[in-house]
Design a protein around this ligand. Structure first.
Ligand SMILES: Cc1cc2nc3c(=O)[nH]c(=O)nc-3n(C[C@H](O)[C@H](O)[C@H](O)COP(=O)(O)OP(=O)(O)OC[C@H]3O[C@@H](n4cnc5c(N)ncnc54)[C@H](O)[C@@H]3O)c2cc1C
Length: 791
């Protein structure tokens, strides 16, 4: 069949018109399209395997140019609505020798290209991890992984020994797994073809590409509508904010008018300045108290746990950091008003006569003893303490800037923030002489100050009384994530909570928060530490080098504390050593906690959605294990009851949970190791499809892109082998489409309850997007309650 005959038989009139127009748009030479024009400029494909193969398929007459008819025919297959035609195109793509069969080497080449195109290689981190191994490791790991996956597919189709995969075999295997992802949408998600008709054609044919948004404009909502939506979506936060504004205004203006009307003698001399100084002083005291309480971890954990979390119905403790930041800024503004007002007061008092001052303040100055402006600033109690407070501000406030906190200078932020302890003490004594009004600061600030001090005090007691905890095991689930198993030492905690860790071998002063990934009913504690900065790197180095078999393996390597001395002597800590290069024991760790965390509130919902990016999955690992432990325990003690009925109400499991979704976005596929055991347990326990895990490989191309077809196929086969894809584990490529995720959840869970808890541990931009979509998806009869946690 020649080209024009094939065209008449294959392409519809519409396709000829649309693809013909596209061709005219991109062609620059009458001989036809070059590889660059077709692959790079039209499809956005980098030079390499996929560009070569697609060009070869399009260039049917091997002329090294793609003419109009070849282009139309190629496009018909590439963006075909018919899945069969598209899968045939895929087969041709990977049958690089054009033999009508895909042999193992062809499959390997296709897989290697797919892994690299999707940036699913683990190499860059391995390079970071094992000094000196460099690009050789990179190459080897890509290739090993590609070979493994190719063999997986090859063995599955029964071709271990001879022959290749035929078109029919390929179709059968491909369809049985790919359909799990949903219908193939478009083979290329980043086509750069801008022709309007082409975009319309794709969207009419169910294809989704980044460029198919024909109108392309985002509607902006009016400010009032946005505020209205915020209020209705978060009535609790609105209530507390409103209360805070009312109390602040009441204190400020109450005191302002008290001095204006109730203290005429003072007002006559000092005017509005004294009203502003006293109004701001009272509001300052309230805000300092709130700033201390919102950072009192023990206090917050106590409230969170009290009465089974009933308090959370009235106050959103997860807003503590937000509230702390808000009152922090308010303190700064009020302090500026207070200082400016006192500059004015001091200048009036310094320049007024002794009689005027005496009658206003009730003092007994004579012309010779009345203080000057300089005396008031440098020799009076109020002046000196005021200057001291300003110094604390000048040291602490620059430290709160994002670039200081988040760019590896957290210790500076933390250290300078401690000046606020000095500040709180000085505030309490600043007005103690009650010169201008009653002394109230101590009543406002002392109780929260004592509550706040419990945290550092607890750590001091920990150092003085208790020994650090023994590390039982260390493992690397991924090269960049260190797992530590620690002795429990009676620590009682809830799933989702976190602890502060101190590794004396590294520094006695640094405490860092880490979520407990073990379940509360596990025998030992586990934490997983991602290497992101100075301290975590030091911990990784320390434990990597803390065994006899130094870091030659990374994958699922488990090292157990075998050193007899370390195990026998409970007080064994080699204090004399700073950074230890090679240890034959696992250094011990101090644990402070547990601390309450937002995700521990999951038990309040029948339907839960957990959303995590990368290491943010830690709280959910603990929660899911906890749920499974409970099921296992119940199965042991009961005569195999249905899981559904066990969890349908508050029962002896104490979990009213009916459905749990975990959406986990990671850059690569190595991370699956985290849930391997959990997923196997899910399959084993068969918990009525209660738990669904959706894993998004975000560095990969979107679903349906031909560059991830082979990887999807291999994952499907692996999942089947591991018994973990029984509608519980789904892998996806690209980013989640939250609108459709939430609408799907709404549809399937409406029968269960009228609300759903969303717990997210994701970066800020991701968080805003999820929150917005959850807000949009909420309806009066099914609401999404969004809570997020910052790592
Ligand atoms: C409640 C909570 C739970 C966490 N759970 C985990 C977990 O399970 N696994 C995990 O790998 N990481 C977790 N983290 C993050 C972890 O605490 C930081 O990555 C670690 O402290 C970084 O220290 P660094 O000196 O290596 O990095 P740096 O380069 O100093 O900082 C990297 C980032 O960590 C933040 N950070 C640094 N020190 C602290 C600290 N003492 N307290 C809070 N934030 C800090 C910084 O703001 C910065 O954004 C959690 C954080 C919080 C707040």
């Amino acid at each position: 069949m020649d080209l024009s005959e094939a065209l008449t038989n294959t392409a519809s009139a519409e396709q000829v018109e649309v693809f013909g127009e596209v061709y005219r748009e991109i062609v620059t030479d009458e001989r036809g399209l070059t590889k660059r024009e077709l692959c790079k400029e039209a499809f956005g494909l980098e030079d390499g395997y996929f560009a070569d193969r697609i060009f070869a398929i399009f260039d049917a007459d091997h002329s090294n140019r793609v003419n109009r008819d070849e282009f139309i025919l190629g496009m018909c297959a590439l963006v075909s609505k018919d899945e069969e035609t598209f899968v045939e195109f895929l087969f041709d793509l990977f049958d690089s020798n054009d033999t009508g069969e895909i042999d193992e080497d062809e499959l390997y080449q296709g897989m290697l290209a797919s892994l690299r195109a999707n940036k699913l290689s683990i190499a860059h981190r391995i390079e970071d991890f094992f000094d000196g191994e460099g690009s050789a490791t990179h190459k080897a790991d890509d290739e090993v992984r590609a070979r493994e996956l190719a063999q997986e597919i090859f063995a599955y189709t029964g071709h271990e020994t001879s022959g290749g995969i035929t078109k029919d075999e390929f179709k059968n295997v491909f369809f049985s797994y790919i359909e799990e992802w949903g219908r193939l949408a478009s083979p290329l998600t980043k086509t750069r073809i801008t022709t309007r008709k082409f975009k319309q054609y794709l969207s009419q044919n169910g294809a989704t590409t980044e460029n198919t948004n024909v109108t392309g404009k985002k509607k902006k909502k009016s400010l009032i509508k946005r505020i209205g939506k915020r209020i209705t979506h978060n009535p609790q936060r609105t209530f507390w904010l409103f209360l805070w504004v009312i109390i602040n205004s009441g204190l400020f203006f109450g005191n302002y008018f008290y001095y204006k009307i109730g203290r005429p003698e003072l007002f006559e001399l000092l005017g509005t300045c004294i009203c502003l100084a006293r109004g701001s002083a009272l509001a300052l005291q309230l805000n300092i108290a709130i700033a201390l309480l919102t950072m009192s971890r023990g206090f917050l954990t106590f409230i969170r746990n009290a009465y089974n979390g009933e308090a959370l119905n009235y106050i959103n403790l997860d807003d503590n950091v937000l509230a702390h930041k808000m009152v922090g800024i308010t303190i700064l503004l009020l302090a500026i008003i207070h200082t400016a007002a006192h500059i004015c007061d001091f200048s009036v008092i310094g320049n007024a006569s002794a009689d005027q001052v005496n009658s206003a303040l009730g003092t007994n100055y004579t012309a010779g003893t009345k203080p000057s402006v300089a005396d008031l600033w440098l020799r009076s109690w109020q002046g000196i303490t005021g200057l001291l407070m300003l110094t604390c501000f000048a040291i602490a406030y620059p430290g709160i800037l994002d670039w200081m906190r988040k760019r590896g200078h957290f210790h500076i932020f933390w250290g300078t923030h401690q000046m606020l302890i000095v500040f709180s003490i000085v505030v309490m004594i600043h007005g103690s002489q009650a010169l201008l009004g009653p002394y109230t600061a101590v009543y406002w600030i002392l109780p929260p100050f004592v509550i706040y001090l419990m945290n550092p005090l607890q750590r001091l007691i920990l150092f003085s009384k208790e020994n650090p905890v023994r590390v039982v095991k260390r493992s690397f689930l991924e090269p960049n994530v260190l797992g530590l198993e620690l002795e429990r030492n009676g620590l009682d905690y809830k799933a989702g909570q976190y602890v502060f860790l101190n590794v004396p071998e590294i520094s006695l002063f640094e405490w860092h928060p880490f979520t407990l990934t073990s379940a509360p009913d596990d025998a030992n504690l586990t934490v997983h530490i991602r290497n992101v900065g100075n301290w975590t790197k030091a911990v990784h180095d320390l434990y990597l080098h803390s065994d006899s078999d130094l870091g030659t393996k990374y994958e699922n390597s488990v090292i157990t504390a075998t050193d007899p001395e370390a195990q026998a002597d409970d007080h064994y800590i080699p204090k004399e050593r700073k950074i230890v290069k090679k240890l034959n024991y696992l250094p011990r760790i101090y644990i402070d906690g547990p601390c309450g965390a937002p995700s521990q509130a999951y038990e309040r919902y029948k339907v839960n959605v957990f959303i995590a990016a990368g290491i943010g999955v830690t709280p959910y690992a603990s929660i899911l294990s906890h749920i499974l432990n409970r099921v296992r325990y119940h199965r042991k003690t009961q005569a195999a009851p249905e899981f559904d009925s066990m969890l349908s109400s508050d029962n002896e499991l104490g979990l009213p949970i009916k459905k749990v979704y975990l959406f986990w976005a990671t850059k690569d596929e190595m991370s699956i190791a985290w849930f391997e055991k959990l997923l196997k347990d899910l399959g084993e326990l068969d918990v009525s499809e209660m738990i669904e895990i959706h894993h998004y490989y975000t560095s990969a191309h979107e679903k349906g892109d031909l560059r991830n077809a082979l990887i999807g196929m291999a994952h499907g086969i692996q999942g089947q082998k591991m018994q973990m894809n029984r509608n519980r584990y789904y892998s996806h490529y690209g980013r989640p489409n939250w609108a459709s995720v939430f609408s799907g959840i709404k549809k399937s869970c409406r029968m269960i309850d009228s609300k759903c808890g969303i717990f997210a541990t994701v970066p800020p931009q991701f968080r805003t997007m999820v929150k917005e979509e959850a807000g949009k998806a909420s309806e009066h009869d099914f609401r999404f309650h969004f809570t997020s946690e910052n790592f």
